[in-house]
Structure formats: C-alpha cells, structure tokens
Design a protein around this ligand. Structure first.
Ligand code: AMP
Length: 293
C-alpha cells in the first residue's frame, strides 16, 4: 500500500492546471458535489509572498482553492507594460504546488476575449474617486470586466483580494455587491519586504538604486499617518510628505487622504476612518501603496 499512498500524496500536491471553461465548470461542480466550498485567488502571476499569503487566507476560508493566473490585456493602456509584464509560469506552478493549491485556472487571451467579445463593465463610485482612475482611465473597467468573468466562471464562495491595491479592493467589492454576484470578498493587509516596500510583481523592474529608494513610499506614509494622529494639519502634512517622496527621486501622481470606505476626499481626521494612498513613478516603474491612519 505504501506506493499508493505515496502517489496519492504526490497527486495531492500537484494543482490541476485548467485552460478551458468546460473543464473548469466540471471541476467546480465535482467539488460542490462533494459538499466542498471553493475560494478563488485572482492573480496576474509573477507570484510573490503577497500572493501566497492570499492563497493561505483562501485555504483558511474554503475547502478547495483555485488560483487564476491571467495577465489581463483589458486593464493595460497601449502605452503600459502588458508586453513586458513579468511572466514566471514554472516558478508560479512550483510555489502553488508547495502550498497544495487544488487548481490553477490559466485561460488564454482568446478564451477570455474571443473575437466576438463586446461587453465591458463600467464601474462608478470608488472607481471614479480620482485616484488610480485619474492616471489609468481604462484600468477599473478592465479589472471589473475580467473579475466579473472570473467570478462567473468559478462561482467561488470566497474571493481574496489584497489591500495593497486598495482602490481596486473597494471597486471589486462594490461591483460584486451591485451585480449581486454571490461571493464573499475577503481583504488581506499588505505584505511587505523587511524594509517596508509593498511586495509587487513590478518591483522586479527596479534597478538597484531605485530599489534602495523605493521604501521611501511606505516610510513617508507611516510618518504622515503618525503626524496626522498627533494633530498636524492635513494639507501641510501631505504637502511635506509629497516633497520628501519627490526628493527621493520619485515623480508623484498623488498622495491623498481619503475616507477609507467611500474613498471620498476628507478635510480632517474627524471625517474618518481615513486611508492615505500614494502612487509615484520611479524611473519606468509606477508604484502604489496605502496605509490606514
Ligand atoms: P496582481 O497579480 O498584481 O494582479 O495581484 C493579485 C492579487 O494580489 C490582488 O488582489 C493584489 O491586491 C494582491 N497583492 C499584490 N501584492 C500584494 C501585497 N504586497 N500584499 C497583499 N496582497 C497583494
């Protein structure tokens, strides 16, 4: 019996790679048929410890976990990095095997967007807060369209998203609520490098010098949050924070204090809960981060 249990153990640790809708639906209905719950972890691959923490969160919530790996062309503008976005398939599969993920949903672009594809979700509310949407106007339409498709394909009981992409987390939560998509969206606090830099697949673009400057974002957010809590005025504190980020070599797109739930602008901490959000470019790399106050 030993060889059998050994091969069973081996099978258990190999995620099933699924590339078409019909076998995906068959996998989901087999799983449901056994009375098991399903969680989905949507990713664009190039997995790092932040993604793996999302997987562990999903494993705590549901019996079976599907990780989707799909670099979604619909959320990149023509001048953005779709072509050069890091793709690390073999390392991703290995990392997910080690975590004993059950299935990897890896559709092609043609499977997700066949030639006849003609529908797009147009999110409002937090998707029009004037943060990421101001600098990447196409972004949340593309994100919502692909996330809605993933949720309808997998029909998960739970879906995990990172607070690292805070506005995105609020946008997809609002979309699932507004469209009555029956999944529980669960957020995960940002996973960081030891020096505070938020983990991101795009950190791979940073040169050694840029990587040394990159933790400035989190340091300034933390300092601003501390000063605001101690009573410093909002506009002056954020103005000084922006200057510090610029002097580390970044070009700042925004550094703002917003209501943590609605993402609407706030004038003082009393209007909170408050979230500080930043986006800034370092060379060719655009980094985002956020923190609660
Ligand atoms: P991406 O592959 O960049 O599209 O991200 C897939 C998911 O991982 C999203 O829900 C992200 O918010 C989440 N994520 C990315 N980086 C981090 C991080 N450092 N900490 C927590 N979640 C993250």
């Amino acid at each position: 019996m030993a060889p059998r249990s050994k091969s069973a153990a081996k099978n258990r640790s190999q995620p099933q790679v699924i590339r078409a809708i019909t076998p995906l639906r068959a996998w989901v209905s087999r799983t449901r048929g056994k009375g098991q719950t399903v969680a989905l972890v949507p990713t664009m691959g190039a997995l790092h410890a932040g993604h793996l923490a999302l997987v562990r969160l999903a494993q705590r919530r549901a019996d079976r976990v599907v990780v989707s790996i799909f670099v979604n062309p619909a959320q990149f503008a023509p001048n953005e990095d779709f072509g050069s976005y890091p793709r690390t398939w073999d390392a991703d599969v290995l990392a997910l095997s080690q975590l004993q993920v059950d299935a990897i949903w890896a559709p092609s672009v043609a499977t997700m967007y066949p030639d006849s594809f003609a529908t797009k979700i147009a999110p409002g509310g937090p998707a029009q807060a004037g943060l990421e949407d101001k600098f990447r106007p196409h972004f949340f339409g593309g994100v919502c369209t692909v996330v809605a498709k993933l949720l309808l394909q997998v029909t998960p009981d739970f879906t995990t998203f990172g607070e690292k992409d805070y506005q995105q987390f609020k946008v997809v939560t609002a979309m699932a609520r507004d469209l009555d998509i029956p999944t529980r969206i669960v957020g995960l606090p940002t996973i960081r490098e030891q020096d505070g830099l938020a983990m991101s697949s795009r950190n791979a673009y940073l040169s050694a010098g840029e990587r040394a400057a990159a933790p400035t974002l989190h340091r300034v957010l933390t300092e601003c949050a501390g000063r605001l809590k101690a009573g410093s005025p909002l506009a002056a504190t954020l103005g000084e924070g922006e200057a510090q980020i610029e002097s580390a070599g970044f070009a700042v797109d925004y550094l703002e204090a917003r209501h943590a739930e609605t993402l609407k602008p706030i004038q003082s901490l009393e209007e909170g809960p408050v979230r500080l959000l930043v986006a800034a470019r370092l060379g060719r790399t655009r980094l985002i981060d956020n923190i609660g106050v």
